[in-house]
Design a protein around this ligand. Structure first.
Ligand code: ZN
Length: 400
């Protein structure tokens, strides 16, 4: 640690000493699946209690209204939990954004609900790695930085949303707004068990295409019917042909239809795209619109396209490369070897990058088997990653 100055050394030591493990055990025992609004409210209270010990103004932000297209093809409101926003020294010249999510992928009736010590260094439990461990790391790092004389030099927002695992539909605008004007962002998704971070990320887009035809008797007057399933099937085939080097297409589900003797008047097609480049988004969006219009005309049906490319791809541009270098070098000074590699997974880091702010989005704990009943966190990564975050923040705010 001789490459650290006194302020850095003290802050890193104080972050590493913060009692994070009991917090993770407590938080992971609270079910906060994205659809469990009561659990999210409890989780938000717990987080407000702890993050409220930092200076600044803490608010619970109402979710943006979100609609989901049901099996009947009609939109219905989809409720979300509130998002925690802490704003500290908003008038400081250098400001950062820290983000995390309080929701998990485990619904309230999922069998995986308890936190278990798997061995000396592994804690199993829902959300321990993704990302209640990361939230504890963030809390300890910010607490340590606040106790250091460097804190006055910077301002920041902490945004902990409640809908990251389902695509951040009710918090996307808040993420973009919070990213605005920040010099850098850190997000607390888990690193791989060996400490490798996520570098470039692909993007994602989810669409629901509602095809409405006209029903008729399959035997008596089929010529008067307009078969929505056939039209949806053609759309499906044509969309699947939009796959290219820079985008994949997955038609995932078709709902609709009915008895054999009725020409079906409704089909609802769900499709996911994974763009690897911004150009793929524009091209595919335009092609999808053209396909919808053409099939609607050819089949005399109505076709509505709902959805968006909710997470654009996150390339490593110059700003992101510089931020990765800051993290790598802070790691090296702490005796950690920090590497990163591209992933097909998406997270709020995609949205932050799309807002033009450099982000490293896997500053959380080391852990594995996330989104499964085997999810675990490596306990020794709590102090390690808290120290890494602390030093990274100090280096960013210390930079001219
Ligand atoms: Zn996550």
């Amino acid at each position: 640690m001789e490459r650290l100055n006194t302020i850095e050394r003290d802050a890193v030591a104080s972050a590493a000493a913060y009692p994070m493990l009991p917090l993770v055990e407590d938080w992971a025992a609270i079910n906060s699946g994205t659809r469990n609004l009561a659990g999210l409210a409890t989780m938000a209270d717990r987080l407000a209690e702890h993050f409220g010990s930092l200076p600044g103004k803490l608010t619970m932000v109402e979710p943006e209204p979100v609609e989901r297209i049901g099996r009947d093809g009609s939109p219905a409101p989809l409720a979300h939990g509130r998002h925690l926003l802490l704003s500290v020294r908003p008038n400081a010249p250098r400001r950062m954004l820290f983000t995390g999510h309080m929701d998990t992928v485990y619904p309230v009736d999922h069998p995986f609900q308890t936190v278990t010590r798997l061995d000396d260094n592994r804690l199993g439990g829902p959300g321990v790695a993704d990302m209640k461990g990361g939230l504890a790391v963030l809390l300890s790092a910010l607490t340590a930085v606040e106790a250091s004389p460097a804190a006055e030099r910077f301002g920041y927002d902490v945004l902990i949303n409640s809908d990251e695992e389902t695509g951040s539909a009710s918090s996307a605008a808040l993420i973009a707004k919070s990213a605005s004007g920040k010099v850098a962002a850190l997000t607390y998704e888990p690193a791989l068990p060996d400490g490798t971070l996520a570098g470039a990320r692909g993007g994602t887009g989810n669409f629901t295409i509602v095809v409405r035809g006209r029903s008729a008797h399959a035997g008596r007057n089929p010529e008067e019917g307009r078969n929505a399933i056939v039209a949806a099937a053609r759309i499906t085939l044509e969309l699947s042909q939009l796959a290219a080097d820079d985008i994949t297409v997955n038609p995932a589900r078709i709902d609709g239809g009915g008895p054999n003797n009725v020409v079906p008047d409704l089909a609802v097609l769900h499709v996911n795209f994974r763009p690897r480049a911004l150009a793929a988004i524009e091209r595919t969006g335009a092609a999808m619109k053209a396909i919808a219009e053409r099939i609607a005309a050819e089949h005399d049906v109505s076709v509505e396209v709902h959805g968006s490319f909710n997470r654009p791809p996150k390339p490593i541009d110059t700003g992101a490369a510089a931020l990765f270098e800051t993290v790598r070098s802070a790691g090296a000074d702490l005796g950690l070897s920090i590497g990163w590699r591209a992933t097909g997974g998406v997270c709020d880091g995609n949205n932050i990058a799309a807002a033009g702010v450099p982000v490293v989005d896997t500053m959380g704990v080391r852990g594995g088997a996330i989104h499964s009943a085997d999810e675990y966190m490596l306990i020794d990564s709590l102090p390690e990653r808290a120290g890494l975050s602390t030093l990274t923040i100090l280096r960013i705010i210390g930079a001219a």
